[in-house]
Write a protein that binds this ligand. Structure first.
Ligand SMILES: [Zn+2]
Length: 124
């Protein structure tokens, strides 16, 4: 059995993050002993997966929707591959949108128009 402090240390998180993940529905309600949350190895695995997924760009909402509680999305290498491919495509699309905005901003570099309203550089 692990205390929240030990679990947090092993996962590289603050205890408050673990309480937050529980509140947000990413973790099952932890068992309490004498009013203190206690965890086991499965909880550590689940939290490690959440930490990895967060680093790869999954939001709390996405993890909740993907059923992070049971972690079905990452339960097997095949499913994980599927999820990773989906996330990669979404990030690529996001990058394309950002690139388009960067280009639009770069296009305004030499703008000397009186106002953005009147700017011909904005009409792509
Ligand atoms: Zn202009």
């Amino acid at each position: 059995m692990l205390s929240i402090g030990t679990l947090a240390k092993k996962a590289g998180l603050a205890s408050s993050a673990i309480r937050y993940y529980e509140k947000a529905g990413l973790l099952p309600r932890a068992e309490r002993r004498n009013g203190q949350r206690v965890y086991d190895a499965d909880d550590l695995l689940r939290i490690s997966l959440i930490v990895k997924a967060r680093k790869l760009g999954w939001s709390i909402g996405e993890l909740r929707r993907a059923g992070a509680l049971a972690m079905p999305a990452f339960a097997t290498p095949a499913l994980a591959k599927n999820e990773l491919a989906r996330k990669r495509a979404a990030l690529k699309l996001e990058r394309d949108h950002i690139d388009a905005r960067l280009s639009a901003i770069d296009g305004l570099k030499d703008c000397a128009c009186a106002s953005l309203d009147a700017c011909g550089h904005l009409r792509a």
